[in-house]
Design a protein around this ligand. Sequence first.
Ligand code: WTA
Length: 659
Amino acid sequence: MSEAASQSALSNLLHETRRFDPPADLAANAIATKATYDEASSDRLAFWEKQAKRLTWAKPWDQVLDWSNAPFSKWFVGGQINAAVNCLDRHVEAGHGDKVAYHWEGEPGDTRTITYADLTKMVCQAANALTEIGVQAGDRVMIYMPMIPETVVAMLACARLGAPHSVVFGGFSAEALAGRTLDCDAKLIITADGGYRRGAPSALKPAVDQACKECPQVEHVLVVRRTGQDVEWNEGRDLWWHDVVEKQSTTHEAQAFDAEQPLYIMYTSGTTAKPKGILHTTGGYLTGVSATHKMVFDLHEDTDVYWCAADIGWVTGHSYIVYGPLANLTTSVMYEGTPDTPARDRWWSMVDKYKVSILYTAPTTIRTFMKWGEEFPAQHEMSSLRLLGSVGEPINPEAWMWYRRVIGHDRCPIVDTWWQTETGMIMITPLPGVTSTKPGAAMTAFPGVSADVVDNDGKPVGNGEGGYMVITEPWPAMLRGIWGDDERYRQTYWSRFDGLYFAGDGAKKDEDGDYWLLGRVDDVMNISGHRISTTEVEHAIVGHPKVAEAAVVGASDPTTGQAIVAFVTVKGNVPDDESQGHAFADELRAHVAKEIGPIAKPRDILITPDLPKTRSGKIMRRLLRDVAEHRQLGDTTTLLDPGVVSSIAEKMPAGAAEE
Ligand code: WTA
C-alpha cells in the first residue's frame, strides 16, 4: 500500500460524519454560549479576569498575568485569597449553609450527608488541630487516604493554612509514598487505618509505617479511624484524628495568602523513573477550575447533582471533586468503593438514589461497563442524568456511542475533556450548550485557552493533518513548575518547541479544524515509515463487535522498523483452543485492514483475559511494549494487578520480534 493510500485510509477513520447537536432545552439555559467564545477571543485576559471575579478576594490583584519570567507565570499578581474560604465560608455567609456539599456513600452502604455548614466546621476544626500540631503556611503535608469526607477536610484544612498538600493515591505502595514524602520534605502524613474496597477493608496505615522508616523527617502521622482494623501505634508520633481534631473549636480565622501561594503538589509519572511533583498555586488555579467546572458541565447549582467518579488521589479528583465543585456551590456525590460491589449495577443504583444529573468518568470505566453488558444499567431508570463527561484517555467512538445510548439514553450530551495534571484544568472540550459533538473528538479549546496542533518544526498543521498538541499562551491553572526542579520543568514542557507548551500528546485537526487527541506521542508507531497512532488501531479493533478492550504497541521489528502488536480482551467467551484463537486473530487482522488499511494490520494479536492497568485505570503500554519485545519487564509496582502482565508475557509467541 502506498503512503498516500495509507494516509487516506487513516483519515477515513477520522472522517466522522455523525454529529450530535446540543439538546434545545440545555442550549436555551446554558451557562456558556457562543458569545462566551467571542468574548474570550476578543480579550483573553479580560475573560480570565472576569472569571477570577467570581471568587472572593481579600485583596484585588494589580496585574492579571506576569509572563516576563516565562515559562514561569504569575496570575492575579498582588491579589490575596484563601482557597478554603472560597470553597466554604463565603457560601455559608451567603446563606447556603444548609445546602448539601456531598452525598457520601461508603462501599458497605453507610452514608453521610454533609452540608456546606458541616464541612466548614469540620475544616475549621482540622485547621485548628494542624496548627496545634505545628503546621505552618508553606509546610508540606502528605495525604494518603481512602475516599472518605475526611480526605476533603484534610485538603481544605491545609489550603486554609497555606500549607500545600500532596495527596498520594491510596493504592500506591509504601515505596511510592516514601519517595514523594522525601521529595517534598513533608513532616506530617494524614492517613486512615484503611478503607473499603471490593467488599473488604484494605489497610493503609502499615504502608505509612513502612514509608516513615525511610522518612526520618516525619514528625507526626494523623490517623482517621474508618474501618476499625488493628493498627500498630507509634507513641508520640501517631495521633488519632478523633482525639486531636474533634475536640477543636468549630471556628477558625482564615488568613488570606498571596495568589501565588502553593496550593498543592501532585506527583505524576514522566518519562524517567522519578515522578514529577507538579506544583499548583492558589488564585489562578481556583479561577481556572471553577470556570471550567461551571461551563463544561453547565452546572446549575440549584438543581444539579454532580458526580465525578474519579479518586481524589488524582488531579481529576482535586480539580473536579474538590476545588471546582466546592467553589461553585455544587452538590456532589462521592463514593468510596468499586463499581462492582456488591453488584455490577452499584453506580446506576446510586444515580437513581441521588438523582445524579451530571456524571464524569473515564473511558476505561465505560469500556468495563460495556464488557459487563447492558443489563446492569437497564435495571435502573437513570432519568435524572442530563450530561455525561469523559476524561483520562482518548475515548474510542464505540465507547462514546455506547455511553451516549446506554447511559445517556440518547438524551445527554457528552463532553470529552482533554487535560493533564500539568494543565490543572480542562483545556480541550466541547461546551454542552454550544458544540455539535463528534464521537471520539475533544473538539475545541475552552474559551480563553489558546491551543494548536503543530508539526515537527512547531508550525501549525492544516486541517486534516496530524502533529503535536501544544498550548500557545499561558493559562491560569497551569503548573507553576516541578517541585524542586526548575530545569526539568523547562526541559520537559518548553524545550521541544520555542515558546510553546508541549503536552506530549499527538493530535489531529479534522476537516473542520476540530481536535482529536490521539494518545501520548511516545505511543506513536512508525511502521515502514508510515506514522500510525496506537489509538487509531485500537479504535479499529475495538470496533469489532466481539472485542471489549484493546491495547496496541509498536514493537521494534528488523524489517519494518516497528511492528504492531495488539493485546485484546473479548466480550463473552474467550476462544478456548489455539485454532479458534488463531482464526479470531485472523478475523481481527482482516477487520483492521478493512478499517484502516493493510499497513495497520497487527503482526501479533494476543487474546488475553485482562490488560495490565495502573490503579487509575490507564493501560500500561510501556509494559506491553516490554512484553512485545521480549524484554525483561520494567517497573510493575504501579499496576493494579502485577500478575496480569506476567501471564500475558507467557503467552507472547517466542521470538516474534525476530520473525
Ligand atoms: C490523556 C488526567 C485523550 C492524555 C486529567 C494526557 C486524554 C494524559 C484525555 C494526562 C482525553 C486525558 N482524550 N487523552 N479526553 N484526557 N488524556 O495527568 O494523554 O492523569 O496527556 O490527567 O491523559 O493524564 P493525567
